[in-house]
Design a protein. Structure first.
Length: 134
């Protein structure tokens, strides 16, 4: 997979699009963050920026508009996944949904979406993540 992040020059917020990650629409990046993504030269650079976004050292990301409240309990695990080479771009915890009378009306499945580069990295991720999740 080649890494191709294109950030047009704009005065206020920068916009970023990447066909490699099939981003359906461009997301607005803060100027200081756009510069960091523009300077990313490798998949590992993007992984590091994603960890920085999850841990609030970078304020915006080309993969999401913002971190949702429901993501808070997952930050440590998502950071670990990114550190192991799995670029997380979408996640949600599993949870039971309730109506206004606190009756169960359904559930939200837990899910994680992202990208990984290379078969060796995939094997390492599978083994490390399974060991670290228990």
């Amino acid at each position: 997979m080649s890494l191709s992040l294109q950030v047009p020059q704009e005065k206020s917020h920068q916009r970023i699009r990447s066909a490699d990650y099939k981003i359906k629409e461009s997301l607005t990046l803060a100027p200081q963050d756009a510069e960091k993504y523009r300077n990313a030269k490798s998949f590992d650079d993007i992984l590091a920026l994603n960890v920085d976004f999850l841990e609030k050292r970078v304020t915006t990301s080309p993969f999401t508009v913002s971190l949702q409240t429901e993501t808070s309990p997952l930050i440590k695990q998502l950071s670990t996944a990114n550190s192991l080479g799995f670029l997380t771009v979408c996640s949600s915890p599993g949870r039971i949904l309730h109506d206004e009378h606190n009756r169960e009306i359904g559930f939200q499945k837990a899910q994680l979406q992202g990208f990984i580069k290379g078969e060796e990295r995939m094997e390492a991720f599978e083994v490390s993540y399974l060991i670290n999740s228990y």
